[in-house]
Design a protein. Structure first.
Length: 262
């Protein structure tokens, strides 16, 4: 079991209740990363389902959970021969933090009838890394990841943002681990907010995030590409696509978030 597996573990209490312990190693300056939190919820929802894979998740982030004990309550809604539906809530200190609608199924690994090609990034050795955060920043998430960025999309680090909401990077866990659906839940929310490349800064809290698992990924690096279409009235959207090492599109997401302050 890897550190990520342990950090997302859900322990069954009864048919609808799971105990979890939210890991402080996945914080982004205080709050916990939304993709990590979805992975925790999905561990419970899949365990409670007759199917193996979380093919669609739509989550609303009511509050920002903190590290420590919590519970996931899973309410099965319907299960047919090929698809199951459930509602799941992350509860901490008796207060609902995140609510999600989750569709489960079992993916067979069939060859795609059609698939777009992954974006062309420079070789990994020509891509950049974010600087290590200061210990007092609370940015513990970075230590769990290995992200190598397409250089133009991190120009904001040196005061030269591209002017477009975008981010592209190679991604794998810092600890050796083949990607799986739970790593993909993290991957769709692992990039810095795309508004950074448009000149904005600060924590950009996710309000609503929907993502789809399109295939179980092959071992190796993932390619993650994020973009936005509109920044307005303190809100922005972010669309992310994830390809595996075999060049297959394995995950898609769209989220609505608040523009950061700072």
């Amino acid at each position: 079991m890897t550190k990520f597996d342990e950090a997302t573990q859900a322990i069954k209490v009864d048919d609808q209740t799971y105990d979890v312990c939210l890991d402080p190693g996945y914080a982004i300056g205080g709050p916990l990363n939304g993709g990590y939190l979805m992975a925790v919820i999905l561990r419970a929802a899949v365990d409670a389902s007759p199917f193996e894979h979380p093919v669609s998740t739509s989550a609303q982030f009511h509050k920002a959970p903190v590290p420590g004990p919590a519970r996931v309550l899973v309410e099965p809604l319907k299960a047919g021969r090929t698809v199951g539906f459930a509602r799941a809530r992350l509860i901490q200190n008796d207060v609902p933090q995140i609510e999600a609608l989750i569709t489960t199924a079992t993916l067979a690994g069939a060859d795609p009838g059609f698939s777009e090609k992954p974006p062309v990034l420079p070789p990994i050795e020509d891509c950049g890394k974010l600087p290590d955060p200061k210990p007092e920043s609370g940015m513990t998430l970075n230590a769990q990841l290995d992200l190598r960025f397409d250089p133009p999309t991190i120009g904001w680090l040196s005061g030269r943002p591209s002017g477009r909401p975008e981010s592209r990077a190679y991604f794998r866990m810092a600890e050796e681990q083949d990607p799986d659906p739970y790593v993909l839940a993290l991957a769709v929310d692992v990039l810095p907010p795309v508004v950074f490349s448009a000149g904005y800064r600060g924590w950009a809290p996710t309000v609503d995030l929907t993502w789809h698992l399109r295939a179980v990924p092959a071992p190796g690096w993932l390619t993650v590409a994020g973009s936005g279409r509109l920044i307005s009235d303190g809100w922005f959207d972010e669309e992310v696509e994830v390809w595996d090492s075999a060049g297959r599109l394995v995950a898609q997401s769209r989220q609505l978030a608040r523009v950061g302050r700072g």
